[in-house]
Design a binder for this molecule. Structure first.
Ligand code: PHE
Length: 418
């Protein structure tokens, strides 16, 4: 859950939903979570727990000498690509913690709040500075292996973030634009939905659930035999989706109330939320609390990204945890600099990850689980009291047919074959 809930839910989901017109896109997104996300998460947990290894090692162990190991390598490439720009946006959030601390939003108008975002966005030095801080924190946690403490913190911070989003949505739903915001969120406009929107919904589902690159294989490798993979998956998928949907219920009513375009792009939450914070009673504390909780959610996701790459070098190359964390983390920091300098580059990295790397990884993992593994290998991780035979049959059907076919169709469109 720590890996899944992060900037994908609170930053990316609202602006993508805004760009693709609201309600219809949300339904599409939920469809992708159910048809592709849930079966795939079970598959990743299965592979990880079965092998107790990092993604490269896991495929190598299950099918020695076969090309399937490429799936693991691809995951490491995805981890680098995603974390490089994820950390830039994580840096934005840290900067907003600082801005909240020095009370920058009080009494500001919509335009002034937008200007705050723009002045950060055109300032590469500032973004590189916060990128460095964000990566530093991520590296220290991964290299010290202190995720236990973080997990404990997460159990408090995550429910708090959730509660704060509920409070904020109640507030947002009382502002003047609430009716338009609700209409946007609840009345599907199917004419805005084409194949590109389907691809975006799928990419967003994979990104938000941390799927298609072996994060859940890596985390699955730390799971004990006693944990129930299926109920954990449903819990994570439901929680992750709920946080995203709630974020939408905060952002869109506010956007309509304060005359902002729902399709305003990656700056959407940074331009809408502070306006509300400026007007809320106790807004100073709400702003500070919100950005601190969001930073926490972002860090618990970024460590899972760095962990995927590190686990390989620790397990297979014999690197120490700290060497892996520092070396890979520093390389990712350097790769992040172009995204901090130009939002266009950030957009390219984001599109590369969500439109290509994650869907390709997801397809490989689904085909591997559904077709390369034998029936027995597929089900021996589930004990009888874990899952009923019917549920197993449903999952097998989804991972063998529905998930791969959905992914392939979306790809064929992507490469313009139809
Ligand atoms: N799921 C994370 C989020 O929503 C991002 C992430 C993607 C983490 C892929 C790990 C792997 O913020």
């Amino acid at each position: 859950m720590g890996s899944a809930v992060g900037l994908g839910n609170v930053w990316r989901y609202p602006y993508i939903t805004g760009q693709y017109g609201g309600a219809a896109f949300i339904l599409l997104y939920i469809g992708c979570v159910l048809a592709v996300g849930v079966p795939l998460m079970i598959a990743e947990f299965l592979i990880g727990r079965k092998t107790q290894l990092n993604p490269v090692g896991a495929f190598r162990k299950l099918r020695p000498g076969s090309p399937w190991v490429v799936t693991g390598w691809l995951g490491i490439v995805s981890a680098f690509t995603i974390l490089s720009y994820y950390a830039v946006v994580g840096g934005w959030v840290l900067h907003y913690v600082y801005l909240s601390l020095i009370n920058s939003f009080a009494g500001k108008s919509t335009e002034q709040v937008t200007d705050i975002f723009i002045s950060m966005n055109v300032n590469p030095d500032l973004q590189i500075f916060w990128l460095a801080i964000f990566m530093f924190v991520t590296i220290v946690i991964v290299s010290k292996g202190v995720s236990g403490g973080l997990e404990a913190g997460n159990k408090i911070m995550m429910p708090l973030l959730f509660a704060l989003l509920i409070v904020l949505s109640i507030y947002a739903l009382q502002t003047s634009g609430a009716a338009s915001g609700l209409e946007f969120l609840l009345r599907p406009q199917w004419q805005k939905i084409g194949p590109t929107a389907v691809l975006e919904a799928l990419g967003q589902a994979l990104f938000s659930l941390s799927l298609g690159m072996g994060t859940m294989i890596t985390y699955g490798s730390y799971l004990s035999r006693r944990s129930n993979l299926v109920s954990s998956t449903f819990f994570i998928a439901a929680g992750d989706t709920l946080v995203a949907v709630l974020a939408g219920f905060v952002v869109f009513p506010l956007a309509f109330s304060f005359g902002l375009e729902p399709g305003a792009g990656p700056g959407l939450i940074f331009r809408t939320l502070p306006i509300a914070f400026a007007q809320l009673p106790g807004g100073y504390w709400v702003a500070l609390g919100f950005f601190i909780l969001l930073s926490f959610a972002a860090i618990t996701s970024s460590i899972s990204l760095l962990e995927v790459a590190s686990a390989y070098f620790i397990d297979e190359q014999g690197w120490s945890r700290s060497r892996a964390g520092w070396t890979l983390g520093s390389a990712i920091f350097l790769l992040g600099i172009p995204s901090a300098i130009g939002e266009q580059f950030l957009g390219v990295m984001d599109a590369l990850s969500t439109n290509y790397l994650l869907p390709i990884g997801a397809l490989l993992i689904a085909v591997f689980t559904g077709w390369a593994l034998t029936h027995n290998e597929r089900i021996d991780e589930f004990s009888a009291n874990d899952v009923t035979a019917v549920r197993l049959a449903v999952w097998s059907f989804l991972i063998r047919f529905v998930t791969p076919v959905a992914l392939i169709l979306i790809f064929l469109h992507q490469v313009r074959l139809f």
